[in-house]
Structures are given as C-alpha cells and as structure tokens.
Design a protein around this ligand. Structure first.
Ligand SMILES: Nc1nc2c(ncn2[C@@H]2O[C@H](COP(=O)(O)OP(=O)(O)OP(=O)(O)O)[C@@H](O)[C@H]2O)c(=O)[nH]1
Ligand SMILES: [K+]
Ligand SMILES: [Mg+2]
Length: 427
C-alpha cells in the first residue's frame, strides 16, 4: 500500500442509514472541504454547512462539517469529516466529487488505521485490537477486544520495552566504561532483573494459551443411543430445524453442528449418530465419527431416555430426556416442556462462562504477538542465565531485536538516552 496523498472514504456503516460520515485524511483535507464550498472551519468545532459540488456547483446536501488539524488526530494527519444524510445517492455523489479534487483519492481498506500506526498515533497491537473490536461477533469477544484496544497489552509491552532497554544500557555501560568509578558493577543484580523480566513475560504468555478459544468457541457434543432424542434436543436448544427427527432409530448418520451465542459466548452444539453395538455400513462410520468428536469436545452430554438403553460412553453431563414419558432425577428435559429446555440452556451457559473466562482474560491473542513475545522472553532468559557480561549484553541485544517485532524499531538512541539519562558519563 502506498501511503501518500489525501484519502477519503465512507467511515460509517453501509447506506442507507440516518447519518453517513465521510472522512478525509491528509494534507489536502482542508482544500477538499473548500472545494465543497465549506470554508472557515474552526478546529474541532462542528459547523452545519451546505455541500456544493465541485463538479457542477449543485447543492448536494447539508452536513455537519468538522476539521481536525494535524498532528493530534486519529491518523496524525489533517482530518475533515462530513456528517451527511445517509442516503446512498448522497454518499456516492460526495465521494465521486471528492476524488476530483487534486491530491485526493479513495482510501484503501484499513488505510486510516495504517496511517495512524505509521504516524505513531497507534501501535501495531492497538491496530490489531481495533480490528478485533470491529470484527467482534459475541459480547465476550467485544469485551476482550475493547480491553485490548484500551491498551491493556500495549501498556505491559511498553513497560517491558523500557526495562529491556534499561538492562541493555546497563550492560553496554558496564562494557564500555568498565573503569569509570560511577558505574555500578553488580553483575548478579543485572541477572536478577533479567530473570524477573523473563518471569513477567512468561507469566502473561502462559495465561494466553487459551486465547484462541474465545474466537474458536466452546464445543458441546450430544451423544447417546439411537432414538434417545439427541436431534430433537439440538433443535430445541438452538431453536432451529437443523437436525432431522424421525421415530426411526439410526436417523442421524453424520454430525450436525449449530453455532449459537450463549450468554455472550460462541457455542457450537453438535448432534451425532446414535451409539449402539453391532452397527454396520454407513451407521458404523457415523458411530466411528461420533467417537472422534467426543475426543475433541469441550463438553460431552449424554442423552438418556426412558425408552432406550443407556449407551456406554463417558460424559461430563447426563440428561434425562423425554421426561414427559417418565420423569428422571437430575437434569430432566422434554421437547414438550420449553421451561426444561430453558433450564438446560441456563446450566450450559454457566458451564461455558466458567470455562471461557480464562480465554476472555488472555492478553496475548495473536500468533504474531505470541511468537515475538515468546522469542523475547527466551532471549531475556538467556541473558539472566549467562555468566559473562559480553554474553549477557549480546542476549539483551537480541531481546531488543525481538521486542522491535512487537513495537517497532529500537534504535541506538533509545539505548543511549537511557545510558545518558542514568549515568553521568562524559563528565
Ligand atoms: N415423548 C417424547 N418424545 C420425544 C422427545 N424428544 C424426542 N422424542 C421423540 O423420540 C424419537 C427420536 O427422536 P430423535 O430426536 O430423532 O432421536 P435421536 O437420538 O436423534 O435418534 P437417532 O438420530 O436415530 O439416533 C422421535 O420420534 C421424537 O419425536 C421428548 O422429549 N418426549
Ligand atoms: K431417530
Ligand atoms: Mg438424531
């Protein structure tokens, strides 16, 4: 992506909508506004103005117009916003006319955010977190994305970054100015601080092993003998007609999955082929497949019913289904009793919330971050374990290199700033 010129795009949702926000960013933003007859905008003040076409002079719409001068804006560049009426014709006309203004073109996807990152208004992790906020499908994903977008990870990483720079500066100073009297020479202290830093990073990484679980979702599998009512239960729980129900045993031959939002979490419920001995052909293949799904499931629910033999399968939860025929103890359900289905759904929601909480708390959610921080922690751990100062310094240099993958380049100035900030070398 070539990041130059002034870009313009529709920044709000797809029209028609009540209001459409058309946003421009770049040096020509103010002249873009002027081209639409919008002049004398006060910085950060909304003004209601007519938008006049720069192409044929027609009045396109009346819009709330805002101007944000560089550099303290979302992108770090001059930004102009038109809040117009959200009809498709208005939006299309404004955008089509805007790109006729010299130096203005349509934005590429993500280009506003890319500019924010390049202009130091946002870190890469923040940009990723922002993408997550926009893409969040469930309430739990949204909560985590917002927390990350608020900088929960960035703040930690910023702290680790300054600490590793301080450690490297320390090590370099000891190497370069070994005979100066005012440089402390406690090697064990350096190793202790390296170990503490490695511990801190490793701890956060350990808490993030489950991070993908939230997006992947929680997997529940319904198993039981043929005709126990597994398919009926799947349909009732998901308020769908996903699975075929008949009085004939062995109706379900393959796995049928439905994904729902349960208490703000993504949950996939799977109905499987009934388990019984002596099955052959397609049914046997279906049963083999059921056994594999059981192994991968987060929760296995055994469905029992008064008119079928209980299947011999290890389950996390047993349900006594068809309670209208004969009431069972424990979790009893019946498709003829909606309240019983509601109770099962509530119980599931509790189990899922409990299991998913750690993944919601995870701070490191991207493979890129995990690999960079993992390599960083390993280098810092090397530095802690090295006996010789030269090797400690080298390990810390490599750690800085890994950190740069998270935060952008660490230059010699960063290290020198730290050296000169804390020692009175060069007196
Ligand atoms: N009385 C009563 N019958 C039910 C209930 N749930 C399901 N059934 C009936 O039980 C029979 C089997 O239901 P299914 O949902 O197809 O059972 P299944 O476990 O999926 O069966 P297979 O796919 O063949 O293994 C059907 O005739 C359903 O109408 C219930 O709560 N009460
Ligand atoms: K059946
Ligand atoms: Mg079935």
């Amino acid at each position: 992506m070539q990041v130059s010129g002034t870009i313009v795009a529709l920044s709000s949702g797809r029209p028609p909508s009540a209001i459409a926000i058309i946003r421009a960013s770049g040096p020509a933003s103010l002249s873009l506004a002027q081209a639409f007859g919008v002049t004398a905008l006060q910085p950060r003040r909304a003004s209601l103005r007519g938008l006049v076409s720069p192409v044929d002079g027609a009045l396109i719409d009346r819009a709330l117009c805002l101007y944000f001068p560089a550099p303290l804006t979302a992108t770090g560049e001059a930004v102009v916003e038109f809040h117009c009426h959200g009809g498709p014709a208005v939006v299309e006309r404004v955008l089509a006319d805007a790109v006729t203004v010299p130096g203005v073109r349509m934005a590429e996807p993500g280009e506003f955010t890319l500019r924010a990152v390049l202009n130091g208004r946002m870190g890469i992790s923040d940009a990723e977190a922002l993408a997550d906020v926009i893409e969040a499908r469930t309430e739990a994903e949204r909560r985590r994305a917002v927390r990350l977008a608020e900088g929960a990870l960035s703040r930690l990483v910023a702290g680790w970054r300054s600490e590793v720079i301080a450690l490297l500066a320390d090590a370099e100073a000891r190497l370069d100015f070994a005979d100066e009297g005012d440089v402390p020479d406690d090697l064990a202290d350096l190793a202790r601080r390296c170990a503490a830093l490695a511990d801190a990073v490793e701890q956060v990484l350990a808490g993030s092993v489950e991070a993908d679980k939230l997006t992947d979702g929680y997997h529940v599998v319904l198993v039981g003998p043929p005709n126990a009512g597994k398919s009926s239960l799947l349909n009732a729980l998901t308020a769908s007609e996903a699975a075929i129900v008949t009085p004939e045993a062995g109706t379900t031959r393959d796995v049928v999955s439905v994904t729902i939002d349960l208490g703000g979490y993504r949950v996939t419920l799977s109905d499987t082929a009934g388990l019984r001995d002596g099955a052959s052909g397609v049914e046997a293949i279906g049963i083999e497949r059921t056994r594999r799904w059981i192994e991968d499931a987060d929760l296995v629910i055994a469905v029992r019913s008064p008119d079928t033999e209980a299947a011999d399968v290890p389950a996390d939860l047993v349900i006594h289904h068809k309670a209208d025929i004969s009431g069972g103890e424990g979790l009893a359900t019946s498709v003829h009793d909606p309240a019983s289905i509601g109770r099962l759904r509530d119980r599931l929601a509790e189990i899922v919330a409990e299991a998913m909480r750690p993944s919601e708390a995870a701070l490191v959610t991207r493979a890129r971050q995990r690999s960079a921080l993992g390599a960083f922690a390993a280098r810092v751990r090397d530095a802690a374990d090295e006996g010789a100062l030269e090797l400690q310094a080298e390990a810390l240099r490599l750690a800085c290199h890994e950190m740069a993958r998270m935060t952008g380049e660490i230059g010699i100035e960063d290290v020198l700033d730290d050296v000169f900030g804390r020692f009175c070398i060069g007196k």
